[in-house]
Design a protein around this ligand. Sequence first.
Ligand SMILES: Cc1cc2nc3c(=O)[nH]c(=O)nc-3n(C[C@H](O)[C@H](O)[C@H](O)COP(=O)(O)OP(=O)(O)OC[C@H]3O[C@@H](n4cnc5c(N)ncnc54)[C@H](O)[C@@H]3O)c2cc1C
Length: 483
Amino acid sequence: MTAAVIVGAGLGGLSAAIHLRLQGRPVTVFEANHSVGGRANVIEREGYRFDTGPSLLNYPWVFEDLFSAAGRRFADYVDLIPVDPSVEFRWPDGVTFSLSSDLKNLREECERLEPGCGPRLIAWMRDAAFKFDTAFGKLVTRNEDNPLKWVGKLSVREMMSMGVWRSLDSELGRFFKNRYIREAFGSYGMYLGGSPFDLPGLFSILAYGELAYGLWLPRGGIYGLVRGIERLARELGVQIHTSTRVASIDSHAGAATGVRLENGEFFPARVVVSNVDLPTTERSLLSQASRKPVEHRMTPGVLTFYWGLRGDEGAYGHHTIFLPRRFRAAFDQLKQGRIPDDLPFYISIASASDPSLAPQGASSMFVLVPTPVISAMPRADWSTIVPEVKARVLSRIGLDPARIAVEEVWTPVEWQRRFGLHDGSAFGAAHTLFQMGPFRAKNYSNQMSGLYFAGAGTTPGTGMPMVVLGGRMVAERIAAHVH
Ligand SMILES: Cc1cc2nc3c(=O)[nH]c(=O)nc-3n(C[C@H](O)[C@H](O)[C@H](O)COP(=O)(O)OP(=O)(O)OC[C@H]3O[C@@H](n4cnc5c(N)ncnc54)[C@H](O)[C@@H]3O)c2cc1C
């Protein structure tokens, strides 16, 4: 069996490594950082443990499938704690809205904001369930390059029901009149590239998927999941080399020949999978002749704070999303290259669900503030932006800065430096209509045979479950091309 080399040990790279190993191939992974996981990494300081990036884990079956493909039980590697109520939304005028997978609680919350909307909540859930099942059953998990064949799998009814020609916000408007419910469900669009006013209505499946399948925290934080996946890969015989940066992916006569490491060593391979953010792979790992210069529309950047707090943070649950007074204006300002005046942001206190993530009686808090990408803020001076944003966050959540015992801050520039994220975009290429399915950057190169891609920039897309599914899809693609 032809051996494979994987550049980058993000979750997509690790998933690809496991599936390729299960095909019987020798698999070697080179990771530039000293730990695996990519954006899903960990900071450990003075007894506080912070997940660096992802904090919301949904679609647990995707991870169960990864382990069962290897004949193992997910639960033997990762212990999932349910988080319910899952997310609370808060607005500056004092309105709150709390989500739960318990339909009775969810219905009560929706009725509190929009009396009489209970039956429409059920109708929305049915509609979103249909979209969700169709998307996952027929679109998301298939390697298909031909747009007509891709949608050709759908019946006319399915096609008409997917809501791709309407925006996410108008799709939600078919069911809910209340602005708070619409803004809350629409804000999920932020993970995929911005605004619920631009993204297709299909993405009502995001809020639905979280409600229907729950929100989870692996014991030990999200990094507990990464450790479980790394253990599985190593047990299967995947060779993982950390602190080993790849300098280039080399080719001869249009075919991949291997990778050159930063220390000058050449590692031959006829199959190379790059898990490095796709536009970064094109720009910094491939020669001029092997790259295909595609302009991707990227998701926003993020400014993230990791605060180890003295004392218990009882005022908030595990996940809280603070939405602004003027919802649409915040998205417009992000698009115009400005950090919104009226800041939307998210806080996660994982120690509320797993106290082992902070010293006894203390809390670990993660704050995520969306920002424009780096190129949209050419004159940004982060040394002034960071304290200014920090003061606004502290004032909105009512936190005394004296309680911060440990602090770490990552700007979009830091995110780019650490993981090679193109333009500092946190989630990779956006999921606009023309960056989805066969329109999204493919998981193989047209320029270099033997070169494949895994991760958020390629199909099916961004988010932990998606990149893990994408790892399986790229392995299937390789199996069809190379014995
Ligand atoms: C702040 C933030 C919050 C998020 N929140 C969530 C969430 O709540 N839920 C969710 O599901 N998803 C979330 N995501 C998205 C999710 O983290 C990503 O979609 C996913 O982890 C990306 O995985 P990937 O396979 O693309 O690899 P990446 O994480 O991009 O990893 C790529 C790896 O390649 C390595 N690398 C780069 N260059 C080289 C080189 N030259 N040589 C060797 N190695 C190299 C990098 O060090 C890195 O380890 C979040 C992302 C961020 C940034």
